[in-house]
Design a protein around this ligand. Structure first.
Ligand SMILES: *Cc1c(COP(=O)(O)O)cnc(C)c1O
Length: 409
């Protein structure tokens, strides 16, 4: 038998040769505001976090964490269904339910686990799961792991979804293209990111909801990047699209992005939440998040509601960056959100551009396959309310001087 390392070496070498090898950088320290970091011995301004509102080190959020840690200690000690479910978790679930306008909410340790739990709990063999082809990996993995028939419809394309849901296959039985007839009573779950994490564009939620209604499919929205940022009061993509729980019965959001903390929740009906508690394997079989994190997330929820300027500021940064970068001739993707990618095409061009900016003290990560499709590598610029106008100007100036002929290879 070949030794473990000898068996693994070739695929690492392949990743390197393809420009897809990934390496971590260690952040050595962070100044207040969390956009100025010391990394690998260099001071940089970061344009890569998902801390869109600058709440990750907000004094009230940090204080709430410390105070709760003094009272509760650090670890929850057990799973939610054993003895790990604390008063702090309950308070956060209630606050989130009120904020999202849904009867109940359920906390998860991570968004990845929330997605796995939801799809696994409501769909299985004989059912169908349809997802946007550019959905976050955790939703795609959840669809595959569920054992349901799984298909990816074209990106942000309700007509493609409709085709998969059977409009083009008239008759008494709905068929998957090329597939066997579905059993009677089979379920259909449609899942989409609200804001696409690597592209920054927003799903056509109203149209998708209409297709789902016509085909008795349940729509789930993963609003990891919209929640806290979009909508008149920061309630996210659904608020921006004017949709309610009857259009989108399953809402998942993370607390580690705009809310600057950690963890995630699913909000929905009493029955949905009870079902997840009974059947969500990645809810049941894992240690509850530390109660101090729940306290911090509840403080973050309150701060974002009180400080609307954070939302306005990050969106203003995004709009200004976008207008100026486009005027400089860069190819940006159609996004009005804090995620503003610049497509380079090849992996090597993305890596080289990222290195060149780092040399100027600007940290913008290169995003490569398999995170994005082949030939669609990019720099992923993310903006934050913690940025100053001068930070955005510095990035624009560096892009203009380093890449006078644009970035697309
Ligand atoms: C980050 C992200 C997740 C995963 O959330 P974590 O809490 O980081 O595990 C899920 N979906 C989308 C769209 C994300 O961007």
């Amino acid at each position: 038998m070949v030794g473990l390392d000898a068996a693994l070496v070739p695929s690492l070498a392949d990743s390197r040769a393809a420009g897809r090898y990934r390496a971590r950088r260690t952040v050595e320290s962070r100044e207040p505001g969390a956009t100025r970091l010391r990394v690998d011995g260099r001071d940089v301004t970061a344009f890569c976090s998902n801390d869109y509102l600058g709440l990750a080190d907000h004094p009230r959020v940090t204080e709430a964490f410390i105070e709760a840690a003094r009272r509760w200690g650090v670890g929850s000690g057990a799973a939610h269904l054993v003895s790990g479910h604390c008063h702090e978790h309950r308070l956060l679930e209630e606050a989130v339910a009120v904020f999202t306008g849904r009867p109940r909410a359920l906390l998860f340790s991570t968004g990845y686990m929330a997605n796995l739990a939801v799809i696994g709990a409501i769909a299985g063999r004989g059912d169908r799961v349809l997802e946007d082809r550019l959905n976050h990996a955790s939703l795609l993995d959840a669809g595959l792991a569920s054992g349901a028939r799984f298909a990816r419809y074209a990106h942000c394309d309700p007509a493609s979804l409709e085709k998969w849901l059977g409009a083009d296959f008239p008759g008494t039985e709905r068929r998957r293209p090329g597939g066997k007839p579905l059993r009677a009573g089979s379920r259909a779950v449609v899942a989409t990111d609200g804001v696409f994490s690597m592209d920054g564009d927003v799903a056509p939620l109203r149209e998708l909801a209409a297709v789902c209604r016509r085909h008795d499919a349940w729509l789930m929205v993963d609003d990891a990047h919209g929640f806290g940022v979009l909508g008149a009061s920061g309630r996210g993509s659904l608020e921006a699209a004017g949709l309610t729980a009857s259009d989108v019965p399953i809402l998942m959001c993370t607390l580690g992005k705009a809310f600057g903390v950690f963890g995630a929740f699913v909000a929905g009906s009493e029955t949905l939440i009870e079902t997840l508690i009974q059947r969500g394997r990645s809810y049941i079989y894992t240690t509850a998040m530390p109660p101090a994190l729940a306290a911090a997330a509840r403080a973050a929820l309150a701060v974002q509601a009180e400080e609307a300027w954070r939302r306005e500021r990050v969106l203003a940064h995004a709009a200004r960056f976008r207008a100026a970068a486009t005027a400089l001739g860069f190819e940006l993707l159609p996004s009005d959100t804090p995620i503003q990618p610049i497509v380079t095409g090849s992996e090597t061009a993305a890596l080289a551009a990222s290195e060149a900016l780092l040399a100027e003290g600007l940290w913008v990560p290169a995003i490569r396959p398999p995170t994005v499709p082949s030939g669609r590598s990019r720099l992923r610029v993310t903006l934050s309310a913690a940025h100053e106008d001068a930070d955005v100007d510095r990035l624009l100036a560096a892009l203009a001087t380093r890449f006078p002929r644009g970035l697309h290879s």
